[in-house]
Structures are given as C-alpha cells and as structure tokens.
Design a protein around this ligand. Structure first.
Ligand code: UDP
Length: 239
C-alpha cells in the first residue's frame, strides 16, 4: 500500500509508506527533455526503467556501492531508503556528448582522456547550472568531506557501470546520478540509473544516430524510442 504522495518529479512519484525509513518510488511513462520544454510519453517506460534500475542497483550493491534500493515490489514500483537528496546532480563523462560539446566546443563522440566529474545545481528555475566546488560550499549544498566522497563515489560507480554495460555491448558515454544522505550521514546512490539518465551507444553500430540507445532518441526525435529502451532492458536483465 502506498501512502501520501511526497513528491512528484518528471519521471517518478515518491510516496511515504508505513515505515518512516522506507519510501515507495513509482516510475512513470512520462518523458521530458530540455528542462521540461519538451514533453511526451514513452510506452512502458515506467516498467522498463524500474526493471533496469532495480537490476543495476542490485549489481552495484554486489560491487560494494551503497544504494537506496530495497526491493522491487511491482513492475513499476520499488521500495527505497528514505534519504535527504543533495541538491547536486553529479554527471560523469567518458565520451563528449550533449551539453559539454556546446559549452566547451568539443566534438560529439570525442573520447575524454580521463572520466570527468561535473556538478550541476539541481534547480529547475535556473535550468540546473554547472557549478564548481566553490559554489557547492557557498550555497551550502554539501560539506567539503561530502564533495570529496561524492567525486570518488561517482568515479567508482562509473567504473562498475562501464564494465557492466560493456558486457551488454553498450558504451557508457555519460550519466547523471543523485546522491542521498541517510540518517547516519552515509552517502547512498539514489534516484535511478536508466536510459533516461545514461547515454548508451550500441557497441556494434557505427552510425552516430542509429547507435543511440537512450533518451537522446526522444530529445532528438530519432524514432524507435521504446524499442531502444526495450533492447537495453533485455540486455541489462540478461547480464
Ligand atoms: N542528465 C539527466 N538529467 C538531467 C540532465 C542530464 O539524467 O537533468 C543526464 C543525461 O541523460 C546524460 C548526462 O546526464 O546522460 C549528461 O547530460 P548533459 O549535461 O550532456 O545534458 P543534456 O545534453 O542532456 O542536456
């Protein structure tokens, strides 16, 4: 039984449960892009992303990454630990794509020498601007210790996800994570890991549009969006 709606985001709804330490996260079919300027739905996305995220959270747990995941309780719902989500979106990039190309004039598809960790301020009114450690401190978004931990955690998650997706014949171009702090002050990977939040390219396809297996198909109106998510789910669940 779900309780009160705590928060409705673009892709998920969070509900309270009878246990104050546990929340219910319900995945929706709604898709948005460009700070919600573009809106639509992707058939069955809620169930597909819930299945993908559940599988990946469990995989990351086996690799020693602490996550908010407790258990999947229906095709599009999971129980998660109640945490305080930091107002920072942490992006890790292995290959240049999306906003970094526009910002720094780097070619799409250019591999980066080292994985790059970026922080964005989670603030829709401001369009989630890129911020530095100094801004994190100034805005009191996290302590310096948490910032150091966040960067290491992001790189560790990247290492495990890169290896995992490689086994799925997918290249992990970049991804975004949100991190929560639990009652003991421990950082937990929260939110979701899915084709909504990762750029994934099919390793076996060279065409720069055909190889896209993630939300960029929606952002760029490339068609076959649900089919790409379905294929990612099939490979993830088999890995
Ligand atoms: N991303 C996300 N939510 C956001 C912004 C970005 O999940 O609000 C993901 C996006 O799917 C990509 C990565 O973070 O995998 C880097 O996104 P980027 O900064 O390039 O922004 P975009 O080009 O998507 O606007």
């Amino acid at each position: 039984m779900s309780g009160t709606k705590l928060y409705e985001g673009k892709a998920k709804i969070l509900f309270t449960t009878d246990d104050p330490n546990i929340l219910l996260s319900r995945y929706k079919d709604d898709a948005t892009a460009f700070n919600a300027l573009k809106k639509g739905t992707i058939a069955n996305k809620g169930e597909m992303n819930c299945a993908i995220a559940s599988h990946i959270f469990q995989y990351l747990e086996t690799q020693g990454i602490a996550t908010h995941f407790i258990k999947q309780i229906s095709p599009n719902e999971m129980q998660v630990a109640a945490v305080k989500i930091l107002a920072i979106e942490v992006v890790v990039r292995n290959i240049a794509a999306g906003s970094i190309c526009k910002r720094l004039g780097i070619a799409q598809g250019q591999p980066l020498k080292h994985p790059l960790v970026e922080f964005f301020y989670k603030n829709d009114d401001l369009g989630d601007p890129l911020i530095t450690d100094a801004h994190v401190a100034m805005l009191d978004l996290a302590t310096p210790e948490e910032v150091a931990q966040l960067k290491q955690l992001a790189l560790d998650i990247n290492k495990h996800l890169q290896a995992f997706f490689d086994r799925c014949n997918l290249i992990l171009v970049d991804f975004k994570v949100e991190i929560g702090v639990n009652a003991s002050g421990k950082l937990l990977l929260a939110d979701e890991i899915s084709p909504d939040t990762c750029r994934l390219w099919d390793k076996t396809i060279n065409d720069p549009k055909d190889r896209i297996m993630d939300k960029d198909r929606f952002r760029q109106d490339l068609g076959n969006i649900a089919e790409a998510y379905q294929e990612v789910m099939k490979r993830v669940l088999a890995t």
